[in-house]
Write a protein that binds this ligand. Sequence first.
Ligand code: ZN
Length: 274
Amino acid sequence: MAIHHLNCGSMREIDPGNGLVPARVLNHVLLVETADALVMVDSGFGTIDVERGDESLGRTFLERTEPLLEPGETALQQVKKLGYQPEDVRHIVLTHLDLDHTGGISDFPHAVIHVHKQELNAALSPGTHPEHSIRYRPMHWAHRPQWSTYTSQKGNSWFGFDALQLDGVSEDVLMIPLAGHTPGHSAVAVRGGEKWLLHVGDAIYHHGQVEPGNRWTMPLWEAFEELTEMDRPLRMANQSRLRELLLDHGDRVEVIAAHDPWAFQRYTEMAPAL
Ligand SMILES: [Zn+2]
């Protein structure tokens, strides 16, 4: 099962100050070739953002993140470049509904959008959190996608985490509830041969937060995580679980954070545009 790693949205360049080269923050999207369909994990920025970013993303987000918004970075263009039709993407699994993860879904109007029920409820309800209208952008789902929603439940265990099977999707792609950043935030586990990739969305911002034996911090970025978090104790508890997961099963599981350019570089020859 081939897994393509796409950068669907370069943003401002940051210098981690720890010897790694400065790089642009990005939206790490997975395109998974399962036996019967293409399954995408997250969707980054889409055509709507390239063409109408002021409206679809809003000024506050644009000022904070300085996205490049280049057509060639949309999932749509990259799917075509790989030789597929947009209709081949039948499922999109979203880690959460923040604007930098949902911009691409309207480019695939026939795809079923899989998301945690609590996340959809949070995005569609009037919010009390000060970040609510900055992060959840109704323009991204104004095309009325077909949602498929899931509720956390005990049952199937994936390395000790609860795993939710997705309707109509290969068992090699699982939703793993991992809330804190947002109410229904979830990771997505993808089996690639003997190993699993765990796309953890924004549960962490960079791999240094959970890497055993090689932990490093980025104070500015971590302040931003605190600004956008919706449940701090849950977010911190889930980070600890990810750390334990890598300590115990690092030989079988790799963790990918959605915006980490250094982790992205591990999976592709192509460095993010500078
Ligand atoms: Zn994000």
